[in-house]
Design a protein. Structure first.
Length: 309
């Protein structure tokens, strides 16, 4: 298996795990509308979402070892593609025609991006000053976006995407430098950049949690678009990554990015489909066969039984 193909497969599985974690986070955030970020982490379901995110992040780290940022990061759009049927399944509804169209456009655009961005395995890393510059610029953008104001959900989602994109670029530096036999595994640069990765990854998780309080579709779409944009800027400007095919490849990549972005926008704006007409499993309706009906009991939904918003 080639390095790029391994990166693609790992990214696919990672996207599914991230989607499942996003659905759990959105449901928990919806139950705690009005709560601050420090009060959101609570209960076993939240820790399940953390575990899913950790598993997805681990796969993502390995993918960054084998594939360039311009390949791995755009595949994060598959998180939204996977979250749509998951949310529909939990809500017991059908996937709408607009959602299917958005899924098809997203996949088509990603295919075009993969054709142009499939370069060799990464071998360049950010220097110490470059890593600090990336961290400082990203922290400044996050601070501006996280200030109180209108549309906090979308601003927090944008900040989360930037934080995750910067964390991925810094993670690639850690993985490549740590596996480079020419230097110490735990050198000062590796440890310092790893601390920055931990800070941005944690910040991105908390920012996405607060963004999902207003619903899953639009914030997740913004996170999905902001993440690869931030990573691609870092990869193309500082890590020497290039698109394949010359000018024609650049045009194809831009067209693929536009198509995938439109697909993500459709997914974020899509209205829920009609309810699934499959009858749910229920007790026999005959009073003679089932005896007296029990009195009403308050519903006790589990962490994954409420419809994703």
């Amino acid at each position: 298996m080639s390095a790029v193909l391994a990166a693609v497969v790992l990214s696919l599985v990672s996207a599914v795990a991230y989607a499942a974690a996003a659905v759990v986070q959105e449901r928990l955030a919806a139950r705690r509308r009005g709560a601050g970020p420090a009060r959101l982490p609570a209960g076993g379901a939240w820790w399940w979402s953390v575990a899913l995110n950790a598993f997805a992040a681990l796969l993502h780290v390995v993918a960054l070892k084998y594939g360039p940022l311009t390949v791995v990061q755009p595949l994060g759009a598959l998180t939204l593609v996977a979250a749509v049927p998951m949310g529909a399944r939990l809500a017991r509804r059908r996937v709408s025609a607009v959602e299917w169209r958005g899924t098809a456009l997203t996949l088509l655009g990603l295919a075009a991006l993969l054709v142009t961005a499939s370069g060799p395995a990464p071998d360049d890393v950010l220097s110490g000053p470059e890593a600090l510059a990336v961290a400082g610029a990203t922290a400044t953008l996050i601070g501006m976006l996280a200030r109180p104001g209108v549309r906090p959900g979308l601003r927090h989602a944008t900040a989360s995407g930037f934080a995750s994109g910067a964390a991925s670029a810094l993670t690639q530096t850690v993985t490549v430098a740590a596996t480079d036999r020419s230097g110490p595994v735990l050198g000062v640069q590796v440890v310092g950049v790893a601390l920055l990765v931990a800070a941005f990854a944690t910040g991105g998780l908390l920012l996405s949690q607060t963004a999902y309080r207003g619903g899953l579709g639009a914030p997740l779409a913004v996170v999905t678009l902001a993440n690869p944009v931030a990573a691609a800027v870092i990869g193309l400007s500082l890590l020497g990554e290039r698109l394949q095919g010359g000018p024609a490849g650049v045009l194809l990549a831009l067209a693929g990015a536009a198509v995938a972005s439109w697909g993500v926008v459709l997914l974020s704006r899509a209205e829920p489909g009609p309810p699934d007409d499959r009858p749910p499993a229920a007790a026999p309706r005959s009073a003679a066969a089932s005896g007296p009906a029990p009195g009403p009991r308050p519903a006790e939904p589990g962490p994954l039984t409420t419809a994703a918003r």
